[in-house]
Design a protein. Structure first.
Length: 82
C-alpha cells in the first residue's frame, strides 16, 4: 500500500526505459499512487512482461520506441487512451 505523500489518480505518466530495472520500479511506484502508466522501451518482449506486471492492478500500455517519431507517437497514444 502506498503512503499518501501525493495522489496521481487519473494522471497519465509516460516512463521511458521502463521495461526493466529502475524505469520499471518507477512505473510501479507511480502506479501505486494512482497514475495511468505508459511503459516505453526498445525490447517488445520485455515491455510485454513489464506491462503484464502492472496491468493486474493498474493500467499500462507497452510502447516500443525507436527514434524521435516513435517517441512522439508513444506520447500521443498515452494522452489519447482512456
Amino acid at each position: 500500500m502506498a503512503f499518501e505523500l501525493f495522489n496521481l489518480t487519473c494522471r497519465r505518466v509516460l516512463v521511458n526505459g521502463s521495461s526493466q530495472g529502475i524505469g520499471l520500479a518507477i512505473g510501479h511506484g507511480l502506479a501505486a499512487h494512482g497514475a495511468r502508466v505508459v511503459l516505453n522501451g526498445r525490447d517488445r518482449n520485455k515491455l510485454g512482461a513489464a506491462a503484464a506486471s502492472l496491468t493486474r492492478r493498474w493500467w499500462a500500455i507497452p510502447s516500443y520506441q525507436r527514434g524521435s517519431k516513435s517517441a512522439r507517437r508513444s506520447a500521443a497514444r498515452a494522452m489519447s487512451t482512456n
